[in-house]
Design a protein around this ligand. Structure first.
Ligand code: SAH
Ligand code: SF4
Length: 455
């Protein structure tokens, strides 16, 4: 699920101007889409309390740093960011700084000793504690239950697409992963709440929703009556105006026929599945405690492809897991060559405190991890080149999400990046694009006349 982002929430980058009479806030976010969603909720609370967003931390009265610790690299970036704020705090002791996200859970005392300039440490979703640094929240009596769970990525037209957490936490205990220790047990939001939220978004013009969870397809197992993700997808599909529905990130164990059938049968469900496998070797998978085998995973993909021949597939891979031999790594390459994913997120194993594998020796040397990382990328480049070449000459339904490097940019239903040149303002529109050029990472094309306005 986790492309690392190193940007403040773009949706909060409204203006560099500072309104003299008002207080300002700045939110810095790294990590998964769940963090993005929680940052946008914190922003919504501060806005309700009368604070205005600012692009510049120098102008902020309140700074929130939302952290990720899934890998050491992310943790280092957070530590760098928090450390760099000490200077600002020394200049302006009235500045209030909060640190939240996965770095904070269960670590508040150690962090307070390490970062004495931080005023507040609050765990994921502990929004009620924001009042400690922004007392205005109390006077406006913000109703936390009423605040939206969704966030909208500022790079996309704010009225067209939204990301909505539907399940928090994770009940798996993959041996390398810190998430369950920092995010707790799976807690699904009631289906009625989610449907109501999507209905409201649709009424405001949203046309695409992405449902979020660390194990999004475990949705509902903890709710009365045990609805599953397929039930929720059907309910969201029925909402007028919602043309595209996606969900992230699935666990293979819960990728049931019912869910795959729902994606295949419901018109608004995009033909795109993100299903992390992590390794292509059964012994490595067993020691990762992933709870499935390569054979099981292969069979799930076969069913996905049987139901949706044009589907695009994404996965996550960890290279250099403790004890992963060169031969076991070869099995991962073989699996990638066999399945031919459209997108692979590859990460070098990073030992995480408190996890099971942290007790094992991290014996694959960094250079060897790097070699394996490059090998996955090189193979994947070839595969993506071939996968994308099949779109040449085809028409794709593209939702335009921005303008970059002189071209309009959008995504197909399969989540492939598509660029085109055309005069006019296309942002937030669905257009048919005829593909004229392909590459491993994106497609180029021409708009053809059947442009459909959004509303
Ligand atoms: N719930 C999802 C993934 C959540 S974590 C799943 O089950 O697959 C997001 C990604 O970060 C993982 O897919 C994994 O590839 C990577 N990751 C998690 N812990 C890691 C670690 N210790 N070292 C390297 N990568 C890790
Ligand atoms: Fe981590 Fe495994 Fe849970 Fe994914 S399923 S969040 S990798 S413990």
């Amino acid at each position: 699920m986790i492309p690392l982002t190193l940007k403040p929430n773009e949706s909060d980058l409204v203006s560099t101007d500072v309104d003299e009479g008002a207080k300002h806030f700045f939110v810095w976010t790294i990590g998964c889409q769940m963090n993005e969603a929680e940052s946008s909720k914190a922003s919504a609370i501060l806005r309700q309390a009368g604070y205005l967003p600012t692009m510049l931390e120098e102008n902020a009265d309140v700074i929130i740093v939302n952290s990720c610790v899934v890998r050491q690299q992310a943790e280092d970036k957070v530590a760098g960011k928090v450390g760099s704020l000490a200077r600002l705090k020394a200049q302006r002791p009235d500045l209030r700084i909060a640190l939240t996200g996965c770095m904070v859970t269960g670590q508040q005392e150690q962090l307070a000793a390490r970062f004495p300039h931080v005023d507040l440490f609050y765990g994921p979703s502990e929004f009620e504690r924001l009042v400690e640094i922004a007392p205005e929240i109390e006077s406006v009596d913000v109703d936390l239950a009423e605040l939206p769970h969704f966030y909208q990525d500022g790079s996309v037209d704010p009225d067209v697409t939204a990301f909505i957490p539907i399940i928090y936490g994770c009940n798996f205990v993959c041996s390398y992963c810190i998430v369950p220790y920092r995010r707790g047990r799976e807690t699904s939001r009631p289906m009625g709440d989610i449907v109501m939220e999507v209905e409201r978004l649709s009424a405001r013009g949203v046309r695409e929703v992405t449902l979020l969870g660390q194990t999004v397809n475990a949705y509902g197992h903890d709710l009365a009556g045990q609805p599953d993700l397929a039930d929720l997808l059907a309910a969201v599909d029925r909402i007028d105006g919602i043309q595209r529905v996606r969900f992230l990130t699935s666990h293979p164990k819960y990728m049931s026929d019912r869910i795959i059938d729902a994606v295949a049968d419901l018109p608004s469900l995009c033909e795109h599945i993100n299903l992390p496998i992590q390794a292509g070797d059964n012994e490595v998978l067993r020691r990762m405690r992933r709870t499935y085998t390569v054979e099981y995973y292969r069979e799930r993909i076969a069913y996905v492809r049987e139901r949706m021949p044009g589907v695009t597939l994404a996965t996550d891979i960890i290279v250099g897991f403790p004890g992963e031999t060169p031969e076991q790594f070869e099995h991962t390459l073989q699996l990638l060559a066999e399945i031919r994913f459209d997108k692979v997120h590859v990460a070098m194993y990073s030992p995480r405190p408190g996890t099971l594998s942290n007790r094992w020796v991290d014996e694959v040397p960094w250079v060897e991890k790097k070699r394996r990382h490059r090998a996955v990328e090189a193979l994947q480049k070839e595969i993506c080149t071939e996968r994308n070449a099949r779109y040449l000459g085809q028409r794709l339904d593209v939702l335009v999400d921005g303008f970059s490097k002189g071209r309009w940019r959008g995504r197909s239903r399969g989540n492939t990046l598509v660029f085109f040149d055309a005069p006019g303002d296309w942002k937030g529109r669905f257009v048919d694009v005829q593909i004229t050029e392909t590459s491993p990472w994106y497609l180029l094309g021409d708009v053809i006349e059947s442009e459909r306005p959004v509303s």
